[in-house]
Design a protein around this ligand. Structure first.
Ligand code: SF4
Length: 363
């Protein structure tokens, strides 16, 4: 049995025409799956029964499900999604134990006055092992499929309607995993989020965040992607960044600068930098000077983020004085800054806190 959600519209059209049905049926089915987000053939009320029966013999629906959720006192909701596939990789990682296992990832729904934002995951775990990040401490288990990434958005859209009486307004790809290390599936999923046959969301409402995979940043420019790009920077000094983010050893700041210049030249997009304020690590006035210097190469906006301690964290958030001095220096250089308040930190849903028991055994 194959997963119908892995078929593109073109592939679905070929299947439908192969059954001697009219081509427009493929578009109808595609919209049921991706726009109306149904999970069975029974719900496709305008599709002939014979066609549904034929499809059902060959294609099933593999859908992710909400396993559990926790609500913060600030209304942020953290979800644990159960994935449908059992992974053979996991058996290998867990010493070839032959029991069946499900994998889990997390997503977050973040309401504010003017928006409801979904934060979604692209990998189970992450190989990049950033020192301040709970996900990094899990290691990497596997990439999510395009369907699994898209379905998080679709499910969170339904949840948003039910809890906040509003559709999602924004999507940030900032959950578990490095999206550019799962490039094709992430781009395919975001294409569906933006597509008229999907959620019709404007690219200006979508932000993908990377730890700085330079080659893939160039590829985003070459592929003419329209959504926003954020880079988890956290330091503009190679020694400090190496100590925080091991990826900086293979993608040092010089290489990142060249990729971002290329990206900005081709797309015209402003770069968003995410900068976690870590006490005594990257928050002194010299760090601010280095950051201001780094920002001279392209138009930027900086999100300064309050650090949230994780269970295995060794960092503390910056104190008010350090934050004030840092902000004043950047402002004096006319750099656009946004100080991001933590949301959902009481339920471990804030930046860098997404981690779960990614594998559960079915007994
Ligand atoms: S911050 Fe992002 S890239 Fe770094 S370990 Fe965490 S999930 Fe991976």
């Amino acid at each position: 049995m194959e997963d119908i959600k892995k078929l593109s519209l073109e592939q679905l059209s070929e299947v439908v025409v192969g059954y001697k049905e009219k081509k427009f049926r493929a578009k109808q089915i595609y919209e049921w799956i991706w726009k109306k987000n149904v999970n069975s053939y029974d719900e496709m009320t305008n599709i002939p029964k014979l066609l549904k029966d034929r499809l059902a013999k060959r294609y099933n629906f593999n859908s992710i499900k909400i396993d559990s959720f926790k609500k913060s006192k600030d209304q942020t909701i953290k979800y644990v999604f159960k994935l449908h596939e059992l992974s053979s990789d996991v058996d290998e990682l867990k010493n070839n134990k032959k029991t069946e296992k499900n994998l889990f990832v997390e997503g977050v729904l973040i309401p504010s006055k003017s928006r409801v934002t979904a934060c979604i995951s692209t990998q189970v775990g992450c190989a990049l092992k950033c020192k301040f990040c709970a996900t990094g401490s899990m290691g990497f288990l596997r990439n999510l499929s395009a369907g699994e990434i898209y379905e998080q958005v679709a499910l969170l859209n339904k949840e948003s309607l039910s809890y906040f009486d509003r559709k999602l307004t924004n999507v940030v790809v900032m959950g578990m995993g490095e999206p550019l290390n799962n490039y094709k599936n992430t781009i395919d999923a975001l294409d569906k989020v933006m597509s008229k046959n999907g959620l019709s969301m404007s690219p200006s409402r979508i932000t993908l965040s990377t730890a700085g995979v330079s080659d893939k940043i160039k590829q985003l420019a070459d592929d003419n992607t329209k959504f926003n790009l954020a880079v988890s920077l956290h330091s503009a000094n190679d020694t400090v960044r190496n100590s925080l983010m091991p990826i900086n050893k293979s993608n040092p700041l010089k290489r990142l600068t060249s990729a971002l210049k290329y990206y900005n030249k081709k797309t015209g997009n402003r770069i968003i930098f995410e900068y976690l304020m870590l006490d005594g690590i990257n928050d002194n006035i010299n760090d601010a000077h280095e950051l201001a210097e780094f920002c001279k190469s392209f138009p930027v906006k900086i999100n300064l983020i309050e650090y949230n301690s994780t269970k295995n964290g060794n960092f503390k958030k910056s104190n008010r004085d350090s934050l004030g001095r840092f902000v004043n220096l950047l402002k004096s250089k006319n750099i656009i800054i946004n100080i991001r308040k933590s949301k959902g930190s009481d339920i471990d849903a804030a930046c860098g806190q997404l981690v779960n028991e990614a594998i559960k055994t079915n007994n």
